[in-house]
Write a protein that binds this ligand. Structure first.
Ligand SMILES: Cc1cc2nc3c(=O)[nH]c(=O)nc-3n(C[C@H](O)[C@H](O)[C@H](O)COP(=O)(O)OP(=O)(O)OC[C@H]3O[C@@H](n4cnc5c(N)ncnc54)[C@H](O)[C@@H]3O)c2cc1C
Length: 608
C-alpha cells in the first residue's frame, strides 16, 4: 500500500471562501431517475432525414471505430510481411525466438516508413492514389520474393481507397479521441511499454524509430523491469502519424455514427451468404442516415464511459423536484470532463480579451474528483496546476494503489505467456472474475504518484471514502447569465461536510455490450453468451461462441457464417484476450488474431 506523505489530508474545518450567493431552486418538473448519460449522437434529432437503403455495392469489410485498435488491425491487414507472433511467442526473450526479425530488417523497415511517409515526403490529402497503389504493389512483390507463403495475403490498399473496405468513426479521423484525451488532460507519457503500438511489422519499431530520429531520450527506462520501457506521448503520436502516412491511409476515415448492425441473408438465396446492414448517421449536412452493406464487419468501438448514476445524484434530482440535472449542474460524468476542459481552455483564451467570467482566475473553483485510476490522478495534477482552481480533492473508494501498469507488472514481462495460459485454462465465469482482480478497480503509476506528492498547491486526498449525500443549490448570476452551483458534500467517513463548485466523476468505464447500440441490435439476431455483459467470443474474436446458446433450433447456414465474419476488438474481447485487452498491448494481441482471420476469409473469396 502506498503512503501519500506529502499530500495534505482534508482540512475538515475549511470554510466556503468564495461567498457565492445561495438560493435553493425548486421546479414543478416531473421526476426522472433515468441515467443522465446518453450515448453520443452526431444528430440527436433525425427527423426529416431519409433513410437510404438498397445500395448495390456491398463492401468487403466495414470497420467501426478509428481508435488505436482499429488502426493496429488495418495496418496488419495491409502489411505484406506482418508480425503475426502470438503473445506467448513474443513474451519469450527475443534471442530465444527464431521468429523474431533481425535488427537490420527492423531498421530497414523504419527507413522505408520515413521514406514513404516522413515529413518531407508526406502526402497531401489530394495526393495521387496511383502512387499509393504502385508502392503497395512494390511491397507485395517484395514480400512474394521473400517467400512468406504461410501468411495469408494482405488486403490491397486499392480496396481501401476505392471504398471496398471502409472505416467509420464518429470523430472522423484516426485516433481523434485518443489525441483529444491526451491533449486535454496533458498526459506527457504513456502507461504502456514501448513495444505496444500499431506498427504491424515488428514490436521493436517504435524503439528503433526513436533511436534513428535521435529521440531516444523520449524513452523511459523502468529500472526494475529492465528493457521494458515506456515512451513519451509526443513520440508515440509522431510515430503513429508516420505509420498512417507511410501506409497511405490518411484521410480515409469517414465521419458517421453507427446506430445499428443488422445481419441478413443475402438476397441471392442460393449461396447462404450473410450481409451486414449497418445503419450510419452521417449528419444532416452529409447525407443523413444511410444503410451500408458489407460482407464482413469489425467492431472496434473502444471503452464506453457510460457510468451508473450514483444514488446521491439521483437524490439531488428527487430532492430538487427536477426532471434531470441540467448540464451546467456542477457534476460532470466521465464523458463530460474532457469537453469541459476544452471549453475551459477556450474560456481562458477568451479571458485574455474579456476579463469578467465566472470560472476565471479571480473566482477560482473548488473541485472534487472521484476515482481511483490514473486518469483521476492526472486530472488532479492538471486541475491543481491551473490558475482557475482554488483547491482539489481526490476521493477514492479504496486505498491508493500504486503500480506501473493498470494490470500487475507480471502481465507485461517474461511470464506473460504463463499468465495467459492460466487465464485461458479458466472457464468464462472465472475469467470474468480474473479480469476484475487483475485491474483492481484502478491504480496510479509511480511517476504520477511522485508528481502528486511534489506539486506545490495543496491536494487533499480522501481514501476509503465515498460520497454519502450532496446538497445542490444553484443561483443565476445576473452579470454573466450563468448558473453558480454549490455542492455541499457529506462523506461516509463521518467527517464534516464540505462545499465544492464542481464534482468530476472520473470513475472509468462499465463495459457491457448493452452500452453499445450497434451490438445490442446485432445480439438480437445473433444471440451470444454474455458474462458480466462481455461477449464470449471465439479465439479469433469472431461472434461465434463455442457453445452457441440457441442449441434447440439449428441456426440457418447464413447465420452461422455471419458469426464467423463479425469480429469484436478491444475491451469487449476481454474474456478471450485477458485483462489488458483494452490497452495498446490488447490492440496488438487482438489484431494478430483478427487480421489473420480476415485475410484467410478474404483469400477464400478470392479463390472461388
Ligand atoms: C486518458 C486515457 C489514457 C490512456 N493511456 C493509455 C496508455 O498509455 N497505454 C495503453 O496501453 N492504454 C491506454 N489507455 C487505454 C486504451 O489504450 C485507450 O482507451 C484506447 O483509446 C483504446 O483504443 P480503442 O481503439 O479500443 O478505443 P477508442 O480509442 O475509444 O476508439 C474507438 C473509436 O470508436 C468510435 N466509435 C465508438 N462507437 C461508435 C459508433 N457507434 N459509431 C461510430 N464510431 C464509434 C469512437 O469515436 C472512437 O474513436 C488510455 C485510456 C484513456 C482514457
Amino acid at each position: 500500500m502506498c503512503q501519500l506523505t506529502s499530500i495534505v489530508m482534508q482540512d475538515k474545518n475549511r470554510k466556503n471562501t468564495t461567498n457565492k450567493p445561495q438560493q435553493e431552486v425548486k421546479t414543478n418538473a416531473t421526476i426522472d431517475n433515468n441515467d443522465t448519460n446518453a450515448t453520443p449522437h452526431i444528430d440527436k434529432d433525425n427527423d426529416g432525414l431519409a433513410e437510404e437503403g438498397n445500395h448495390d455495392d456491398v463492401k468487403e469489410l466495414l470497420i467501426i471505430g478509428a481508435g488505436p485498435h482499429a488502426l493496429t488491425l488495418l495496418l496488419r491487414l495491409l502489411e505484406p510481411e506482418p508480425d503475426f507472433l502470438t503473445e506467448k511467442e513474443r513474451s519469450r526473450r527475443d534471442h530465444h525466438t527464431k521468429n523474431i526479425r533481425s535488427n537490420h530488417d527492423v531498421r530497414c523497415h523504419i527507413k522505408n516508413l520515413i521514406r514513404r511517409g516522413g515529413t518531407n515526403t508526406r502526402r497531401k490529402s489530394n495526393d495521387n492514389n496511383r502512387q499509393r497503389k504502385k508502392k503497395q504493389q512494390q511491397r507485395n512483390e517484395n514480400s512474394k520474393s521473400k517467400n512468406v507463403s504461410s501468411t495469408p495475403p494482405p488486403l490491397q490498399l486499392n480496396d481501401v481507397l476505392e471504398g471496398k473496405i471502409s472505416i467509420i468513426d464518429m470523430h472522423g479521423d484516426w485516433m481523434s479521441g485518443w489525441k483529444e484525451n491526451f491533449d486535454a488532460i496533458k498526459i506527457k507519457q504513456l502507461r504502456s511499454l514501448m513495444n505496444a503500438h500499431a506498427d504491424p511489422y515488428d514490436h521493436r519499431s517504435l524503439e528503433y524509430y526513436a533511436e534513428m530520429m535521435g529521440r531516444d531520450n523520449e524513452l523511459i527506462l523502468l529500472r526494475h523491469l529492465t528493457q521494458r520501457d515506456k515512451n513519451f506521448s509526443e513520440l508515440f503520436n509522431d510515430f503513429h502519424e508516420l505509420l498512417i502516412n507511410a501506409y497511405g491511409i490518411d484521410n480515409i476515415v469517414e465521419k458517421g455514427y453507427v446506430e445499428s448492425i443488422c445481419p441478413k441473408e443475402s438476397s441471392n438465396c442460393n449461396d447462404d451468404e450473410p450481409i451486414f446492414e449497418t445503419k450510419i448517421n452521417y449528419g444532416i449536412d452529409n447525407g443523413g442516415i444511410k444503410i451500408v452493406k458489407s460482407k464482413r464487419i469489425v467492431c472496434a468501438m473502444g471503452p464506453n464511459f457510460i457510468s451508473f448514476t450514483p444514488s446521491w445524484q439521483k437524490d439531488i434530482i428527487v430532492e430538487n423536484n427536477i426532471k434531470s440535472l441540467p448540464s451546467n449542474r456542477g457534476v460532470l460524468s466521465p464523458t463530460e470532463i474532457v469537453p469541459w476542459l476544452k471549453k475551459q481552455k477556450q474560456r481562458q483564451h477568451n479571458n485574455g480579451k474579456i476579463t469578467s467570467h465566472k470560472h476565471d482566475d479571480e473566482n477560482p473553483l473548488r473541485i472534487l474528483i472521484v476515482g481511483g485510476g490514473i486518469t483521476s490522478a492526472q486530472l488532479t495534477l492538471l486541475v491543481a496546476s491551473s490558475s482557475w482552481c482554488e483547491s482539489v480533492t481526490l476521493l477514492q473508494r479504496s486505498t491508493c494503489l500504486c503500480r506501473q501498469f493498470d494490470v500487475e507488472n507480471e502481465w507485461m514481462g517474461a511470464a506473460r505467456g504463463k499468465y495467459l495460459d492460466d487465464f485461458w485454462s479458466l472457464d468464462v465465469n472465472s475469467r470474468a472474475a480474473r479480469l476484475k482482480e487483475a485491474r483492481r478497480g484502478g491504480s496510479i503509476s509511480p511517476e504520477i504518484f511522485i508528481e502528486l506528492c511534489s506539486i506545490e498547491k495543496q491536494i487533499y486526498l480522501k481514501e476509503e471514502t465515498e460520497i454519502a449525500h450532496v446538497e445542490w443549490t444553484t443561483t443565476t448570476s445576473t452579470c454573466n447569465k450563468e448558473d453558480d452551483n454549490k455542492l455541499n458534500v457529506t462523506f461516509d467517513d463521518g467527517s464534516p461536510s464540505e462545499d465544492y463548485d464542481m464534482i468530476w466523476l472520473s470513475t472509468g468505464a462499465t463495459n457491457t455490450i448493452m452500452h453499445y447500440p450497434p451490438l445490442v441490435s446485432l445480439e438480437k439476431i445473433l444471440p451470444l453468451q454474455l458474462v458480466n455483459g462481455l461477449p464470449v467470443l471465439s479465439k479469433d474474436l469472431s461472434w461465434l461462441d463455442g457453445q452457441v446458446i440457441n442449441t434447440e433450433q439449428e441456426e440457418p447456414a447464413w447465420k452461422r457464417l455471419a458469426r464467423t465474419r463479425c469480429w469484436c476488438m478491444g475491451v469487449l474481447a476481454g474474456l478471450e484476450l485477458g485483462p489488458d485487452s483494452l490497452n495498446l498491448v490488447g490492440a496488438r494481441h487482438g489484431s494478430v488474431r483478427v487480421a489473420q482471420a480476415i485475410r484467410r476469409d478474404m483469400m477464400k473469396d478470392f479463390k472461388t
